[in-house]
Structures are given as structure tokens and as C-alpha cells.
Design a protein around this ligand. Structure first.
Ligand SMILES: Cc1cc2nc3c(=O)[nH]c(=O)nc-3n(C[C@H](O)[C@H](O)[C@H](O)COP(=O)(O)OP(=O)(O)OC[C@H]3O[C@@H](n4cnc5c(N)ncnc54)[C@H](O)[C@@H]3O)c2cc1C
Length: 250
């Protein structure tokens, strides 16, 4: 029996397949679960009487009626394999409490921000940017300079590229730089090349992040996070200037 004091029920409203093993899903919870941008919800499935659950950063802004997630299927993964088979209309379980402290210190007033992600690690930044933009458009939140760097093997994995490019075109305070590490598998790609940590130092310098000024926020792949932390340390940043959300253990 599922413990209904801990878990609520949600239904998949829509699904967008982005690339092999990557999809964006929107769900509607029977009971809304409040969250701040940067937090995660715990999604689960009841598999033969046992709840299998994992944390997923929310991509949607808190004001949206549905919660949105960007998920990668891990081959043999206990949850993502059955989750991947679900289409619109299917039900899942959601813990009734959101969690996470990742972006609790953002925005830092008037200082530059560098958001660094690998593939699905863009999720908390999408939520943050959607909410920030709404606040700025509503006139009650001051703009802060933000550069979002997103790494992927191929450009097809950049699920939010259109949205973030449009935001960058519209908002002078925002810049989006996607980078592709397997350009030989993506011959039409004309953008930045290499892993996101390979280009981080150059862009962080350009953004004006330096010792004691600005913040770097890292999300996703554990290897990227440890490399990026080391690069920022060599650039003179204090550890407290660099925050992270690591999606799985090293
Ligand atoms: C705070 C937080 C937020 C997260 N947000 C997201 C998100 O927005 N989108 C998302 O897709 N995932 C996210 N994750 C990862 C997610 O919670 C699961 O770990 C992932 O979906 C795999 O679950 P699984 O049950 O299928 O695999 P499991 O059976 O738990 O794991 C199989 C193995 O794969 C490793 N692994 C887990 N994820 C990956 C991966 N992406 N690539 C390669 N190896 C992996 C695990 O360490 C484990 O060794 C987040 C994790 C944390 C801690």
C-alpha cells in the first residue's frame, strides 16, 4: 500500500521526446506541491507493491499549473526504464514535499551569474529563468547578468535551446551558450565546441566572475562538477562562490 500521507498522485499531461533516451514531461499533481526554482520533486512508481522513487529538478516556474521535468533514460535504470514507457494519461507518485537548496542564494544582487549544466542539468536553471523573467517583466525583480552554458554530446540533446535562445534575444541581461562535444556526430553544428568545462574559464572571465564577485552554479554530471570546481578554484574563486547540484555519485 502506498503511504498517502507521503505521496500524492500525478498524471502525465504531455510528453516531448527530445532525442533517444531524453524526454520532457509535464505532470499535473492532484495536490499542488509548492517549490522554489532550483528545487526538486521526488517522482515515483509503484512497481509490484514497492515504491521506486528518485529526485528530479523541476523545469517549470512555480506559477505554472503543471510541473515539468527533463529526464534521461539510464540503461537498466530502476526508475527511468519504467518511467520512459509512460505516455500522456499515465499516473505516477509524487512526494508531497519539494526539497533542495541549490539556487537558494540566487540571484546575487547586481553580480554576474554563470549557470553551467550538462544536458538535463539545465532543468533548475530553466525554472529559475522562467520565474526571474516573469518577475522582471512584472517590474518587481531587478535584472542580474546571467550566462547559461550547457554542454551536450550532440545539439539534439539541447531540449531548451529554442526557449533559451529566444530569451537571450529578448533579454539584455541573459546570454545562452550551448556547446557540443561530439561535433563529428553533428555535422551541421556551428556553435561552441568541447565539453562545457573546457569553455567555462573563458566565458566566466568574459562574464566578469572573479574572486569575491559573482557566482557559479553547476548542475548535472559529477565529472563536470569536479572539473569545473577545480577550474574555478584555479581562477581564484572561493569555494563558497561555486554551488552545485550533482545528479548521481562519482
Ligand atoms: C537533486 C537531484 C536532481 C536530479 N534531477 C534530475 C533531472 O532533472 N533529470 C534526470 O534525468 N535526472 C535527474 N537526477 C538523477 C535521478 O534522480 C536518477 O538518479 C536517474 O534518473 C537514474 O535513476 P534510475 O532509477 O533510472 O537509475 P538507477 O537504477 O538509480 O541507477 C543506475 C546507475 O546509473 C547512474 N546514473 C544515474 N543517473 C545517470 C545519468 N543521467 N547518466 C548516467 N548514469 C546515471 C547511477 O549513479 C547508478 O549507478 C537528479 C538527481 C538528484 C540527486
Amino acid at each position: 500500500m502506498v503511504d498517502t500521507s507521503k505521496y500524492g498522485c500525478a498524471r502525465i499531461v504531455s510528453r516531448r521526446d527530445v532525442a533517444a533516451d531524453l524526454w520532457v514531461v509535464r505532470i499535473r499533481c492532484d495536490e499542488a506541491v509548492p517549490f522554489r526554482p532550483g528545487q526538486y520533486l521526488t517522482l515515483g512508481l509503484d512497481v509490484e507493491g514497492r515504491v521506486i522513487e528518485r529526485p528530479y529538478s523541476v523545469c517549470s516556474a512555480p506559477a505554472e499549473e503543471e510541473a515539468e521535468f527533463f529526464i534521461e533514460r539510464v540503461p537498466g535504470g530502476e526508475l527511468t526504464e519504467p518511467l520512459y514507457r509512460l505516455q500522456a494519461g499515465a499516473e505516477l507518485l509524487v512526494r508531497k514535499r519539494s526539497k533542495g537548496l541549490f539556487l537558494k542564494d540566487a540571484p546575487i544582487p547586481a553580480e554576474p551569474h554563470v549557470f553551467v549544466s550538462t544536458v538535463t542539468g539545465i532543468a533548475p536553471f530553466v525554472s529559475f529563468l522562467r520565474a526571474l523573467r516573469a518577475g522582471i517583466d512584472g517590474g518587481d525583480t531587478p535584472a542580474v547578468p546571467i550566462l547559461a552554458l550547457q554542454g551536450a554530446a550532440r545539439s539534439e540533446e539541447l531540449a531548451y535551446a529554442d526557449e533559451l535562445t529566444a530569451l537571450a534575444d529578448a533579454a539584455p541581461w541573459f546570454r545562452y551558450v550551448p556547446t557540443v562535444s561530439r561535433p563529428w556526430e553533428d555535422p551541421d553544428w556551428r556553435g561552441e565546441l568541447g565539453r562545457v568545462e573546457d569553455v567555462l574559464r573563458t566565458y566566466a572571465d568574459e562574464a566578469g566572475v572573479r574572486a569575491g564577485h559573482g557566482g557559479v552554479f553547476l548542475c548535472g554530471h559529477p565529472g563536470m562538477i569536479s572539473n569545473a570546481r577545480a577550474i574555478m578554484r584555479r581562477a581564484g574563486l572561493a569555494d563558497a562562490q561555486v554551488r552545485e547540484e550533482q545528479y548521481w555519485p562519482d
